[in-house]
Ligand binder design. Structure first.
Ligand SMILES: [Zn+2]
Length: 232
């Protein structure tokens, strides 16, 4: 996660965020106008050029830096690196989103991959035996209220069957159920293209710049971010 050098503004963005969240349009559309928040955000971080969804979201939440919002959206994984000599280290990392590749889902289900995944890392040198290479295992230890999954946009694009609902076991037994409530799509190539958002707002609505129309949360190959919301 990179740090943001904030500008002269002393008004915490989290306050702007909260005030905007309360401005749900009273006409019944249930849509929040994001422009005041976006303007405050741009003023604060002096954005230059365009960010992709991953960079933009990281920058946005780093800038808001509100403990309540972070608790709602940040998950935690325990990361274990293990060498063939038996040496292993473990740490807990928190982040706003889990990144997965479309081809991760060929042999493992989406839900299983979210809970735990393992891969080999070549450019790791063991401190104990100096061998290169290790096994890297990530195990989900805390799932927040809103669970965000990023599909790597540099992968070949093809539709995958991510689930509309997701069950994540609780430590105390049973499980939390999550429902897919929104996605961000990116049409075009990795270096250029166009973003749209599709959200559950009574029906499923796609927001495409100033246009709104009925949409679908199913993948058309262009999905880059998924938002799962915990059902209480
Ligand atoms: Zn070793």
């Amino acid at each position: 996660m990179f740090q943001v050098r904030s500008g002269a503004s002393k008004v915490p963005l989290c306050k702007v965020f909260k005030s905007i969240a309360e401005l749900v349009d009273g006409e019944g559309s249930g849509v929040v106008n994001p422009m005041p928040l976006f303007s405050a955000f741009v003023q604060k971080v002096h954005m230059q050029g365009q960010q992709d969804a991953e960079e933009g979201m990281t920058l946005f939440f780093d800038t808001i830096d509100d403990p309540i919002i972070n608790r709602i959206i940040m998950h935690r994984y325990r990361i274990t690196t293990a060498c063939v000599c038996g040496d292993q280290t473990s740490r807990v990392e928190e982040n706003y989103f889990v990144k997965i590749h479309r081809n991760d889902l060929v042999e493992t289900s989406f839900g299983d991959h979210i809970l735990s995944n393992t891969c080999s890392v070549g450019d790791f040198k063991c401190e104990k035996c100096s061998q290169m290479g290790c096994t890297y295992t990530a195990r989900l230890v805390y799932a927040p209220h809103i669970f965000v999954v990023l599909l790597d946009k540099y992968d070949e694009k093809y539709p995958v069957n991510y689930p509309m609902t997701l069950d994540i076991p609780k430590k105390t037994g049973g499980s939390h159920s999550y429902r897919l409530v929104a996605k961000i799509s990116h049409a075009g190539e990795a270096a250029y293209g166009h973003y749209t958002a599709t959200c559950m707002r009574g029906g499923i609505i796609t927001f495409n710049d100033e246009y709104m129309y009925p949409g679908s949360l199913v993948d058309d190959g262009n999905t880059v971010v998924l938002f799962y919301h915990r059902l209480e």
